[in-house]
Design a protein around this ligand. Structure first.
Ligand SMILES: [Zn+2]
Length: 95
């Protein structure tokens, strides 16, 4: 059970809207879902698109947005670090 913060009515834990006064619980996002495989692949291949999707999704789909943000940041860092690591390794080999 939880209480409506607006009118104090006892409500079911899963209730998205208070039956007493119509108060909508802001922590419940009816459109929220996990990121799908296609979105994750796009975020890996194109971190900038992943970042754009994050901003598009973060209001209505925070779970998907969080995943896409993490994936695109990791992919972005990998694209920066891999050539540097490659350069270091080549430098060590050729030294
Ligand atoms: Zn209420």
């Amino acid at each position: 059970m939880k209480k409506c913060p607006s009118c104090g009515k006892d409500l079911d834990d899963m209730a998205a809207i208070c039956v007493g006064c119509g108060h909508a619980f802001s922590d419940i996002k009816p459109n929220d879902r996990k990121a799908n495989a296609g979105e994750i692949i796009i975020a890996i291949l194109f971190p900038i698109i992943g970042a754009i999707l994050y901003y598009v999704y973060k209001k209505d789909k925070p779970t998907a947005a969080k995943t896409l943000n993490l994936v695109s940041v990791i992919a972005f860092l990998a694209y920066i670090l891999l050539p540097i690591l490659g350069g270091i390794i080549l430098g060590v080999i050729s030294a």
